[in-house]
Every structure is written in C-alpha cells, then in structure tokens.
Design a binder for this molecule. Structure first.
Ligand code: DHB
Ligand code: FE
Length: 287
C-alpha cells in the first residue's frame, strides 16, 4: 500500500533557478527565502519519500492556449524540461512512475474525472523549481514523480472545490495501491501575485495568511470561494493556489502544519513554503 507522508506547498518562480545557478542563496534578498527550506530538507531526509505527486500548472511549455486540458496526468517513464526562455539552465530529467500513474488514471476516470493522459510530457519551471528547492543540487536520484497539471491559465478554470476533490480522488487511489510507496504530494505556485494588467505587482499578505491557516484545518471553507472571488483577493496568478487545494485534498482530514515560511517579495510573488504532515483519521473517509 502506498503511504502518503504529507504534503508540501511551495512557490515555483523561475528566478529562483537563476539564483541557484549563480549561487546567490546567501545574499540578503534570497537568504530569508532559501532558509525556509532548511526544515524541508530535514523533514524529507527523515520521511524518505520515494514518489512525488506534483500538482502544478503548465505555463506554455507542454500545453499552450490552443490546447489546454483542465486536468492532465503524466504516465511517462521520464520527464524532460526544456528552455522556457527565462534564462535559467535546463533542468536534469526526472524519472516517472508509470505503473502508479496508470493506477491513478484508472481511479480518476472511475471517479468521473475526464482527464488528459500524457505518455509524453515536458515539465516546466512549476515542477523543476520546487524539485530543485526540495532536493538541492538536483539530487533526486531514486525519486519518481507523477505530474498532474491543472489549468490555472485559460479561463474557465476548474473551481477550488473541483481541485480539492481531484486531490481526494488521488488520495483514495494511493491508499488502494498494492505496491509499497512512500508518497509526498506537492502543490506549486502562488501565493498572491499578478504579473500583468492594472494590478501587476499585487500582493495580499492578509489573504495569504488566511489561506495557509485554513488549508491545514478548514480546507472546506476555501472550497466555497469562486475562482473570480479568489482572484479578486489573490491576484490573477494567485489562483495557482488551485494546485495547493489539490495537494490538500490528497491528504487526510487531519494534518499538522509542521513548517511555514512566508516571504515577500520573491520576484513578483508572495513566496510561501508549507509542510503538512498526515495524521491518522479517526475513521475511513466516505468516497
Ligand atoms: C513569476 C511568477 C510565476 O508564478 C511564474 O510562473 C513565473 C514568474 C514571477 O513572479 O516572476
Ligand atoms: Fe506560475
């Protein structure tokens, strides 16, 4: 049986890749951000995940506006990155876990999620930057991923509730996987930010704090936000929080927030890092 050890929510800003490549981690601008990953490294070394389910949004590398699935699940044995034009080095490839991918795909379709199945899939900065933050030096040998892409770009977007339920479906599917795996679920992007338009540079610290507080203890409350109301509070790209909602859905009802770092700004974003540890639920959740 696969065991879900917990979830990590993390930003995915490309300039982090540039800071890593130029070894600027200890400069005053970057230090408070990178220090927030010290605990993550300790926690990963202790918990030893072997597979990572990554909820993220593709920014035009694998999908573009002409064809953009609401939900897409990778089923490849390897995922490559390519130059996205941000001026950062192309990342090392990451191994896939096709058998687990197909198990999740079967379970999602049985649960009436009409996903796109990708036996080839390029992964962009929204996967590679969080991976590089969690495993510095790209030392992710032995780690396999299942990338799950959520459309946070081309409206209409899936609701917060729908993404939470997508995560729940994946959480149930992991619990029924017959092989042993120690699974980490990750949601990338956010928190509040807007890259263009009249509100470019928009940050909402109070709302970010509210979202992190509710994510651990009362995620149902967040599912009541419409996409448009959420964007009003978090900015047009703050809706990348949909990836965090899916991550939270895959976890148990009970989780402990064992780590939080929040730092403004990293590039145009409020950069947040949260570690949620799974706690046993008193009863098996209904489907
Ligand atoms: C930035 C933020 C993002 O979410 C992204 O995907 C790319 C760039 C930024 O703040 O620069
Ligand atoms: Fe983004």
């Amino acid at each position: 049986m696969a065991t879900i050890i917990g979830g990590i929510g993390t930003t995915h800003v490309p300039s982090i890749g540039k800071a890593i490549a130029e070894k600027r981690n200890n400069e005053p601008y970057w230090k408070p951000f990178f220090r927030g990953f010290d605990y993550v490294h300790y926690w990963l070394a202790r918990e030893k995940p072997d597979t990572v389910v990554v909820f993220y949004n593709d920014h035009g590398l694998n999908f573009f506006l002409d064809k953009l699935p609401t939900f897409a699940v990778g089923a490849a044995s390897e995922y490559r990155n390519e130059d996205e034009g941000w001026g950062i080095p192309v990342s090392r490839s990451i191994a896939g876990d096709p058998a687990l991918s197909w198990h999740l795909i079967n379970a999602l379709v049985a649960d009436e999620f009409d996903i796109t199945i990708c036996q080839e899939m390029l992964i962009d900065h929204a996967v590679t930057i969080p991976m590089a933050l969690m495993w510095p030096g790209q030392k992710w040998q032995g780690i396999k991923i299942v990338p799950v892409s959520i459309n946070t770009v081309q409206h209409p977007l899936p609701s917060l509730k729908r993404c939470f339920n997508l995560g729940r479906s994946i959480g149930r599917a992991l619990a029924s996987y017959p092989e042993n795996r120690r699974v980490l679920v990750v949601g990338t992007g956010g928190l509040s930010h807007q890259l263009d338009g009249k509100r470019a540079g928009f940050i909402n610290r109070e709302f970010d704090r509210f979202c992190m507080d509710k994510l651990a203890r009362e995620p149902d409350l967040l599912t009541r936000y419409s996409v448009h109301d959420f964007i009003e509070e978090a900015g047009a790209q703050g809706i990348e929080f949909l990836n965090w909602m899916a991550m939270r859905g895959a976890l148990n009802v009970h989780v402990a927030e064992v780590h939080r770092n929040y730092h403004v700004p990293i590039s145009n974003t409020a950069a947040a890092t949260v570690v949620l540890e799974n706690r046993p639920d008193p009863q098996i959740r209904a489907a």
